[in-house]
Design a protein around this ligand. Structure first.
Ligand SMILES: [Zn+2]
Length: 77
């Protein structure tokens, strides 16, 4: 039995949120995320804490960390 409640999705005003461009660029699995996990608050930059959901936040942080480790700057203090 499938139960889908559109009200859950509509709880967030889509005009006040947008897909995170950082994640969209770096996460190959971005299209497979739940819509809410893709979104950040429009009024903020594309940073982890701007994500609407915990899962979105965590995935964003993981992308950031992967970027840091893959670029491995020699000048790291
Ligand atoms: Zn993000």
């Amino acid at each position: 039995m499938e139960h889908r409640d559109p009200a859950v999705i509509n709880r967030f005003d889509t005009r006040s949120s947008r897909p995170c461009e950082f994640c969209r660029e770096l996460d190959p699995q971005f299209p497979q995320r739940r819509p809410l996990d893709q979104m950040v608050v429009t009024s903020r930059k594309a940073i982890a804490s701007a994500h609407l959901t915990e899962d979105g936040y965590v995935r964003h942080r993981m992308l950031e960390l992967r970027q840091i480790t893959s670029s491995a700057p020699l000048t790291a203090a």
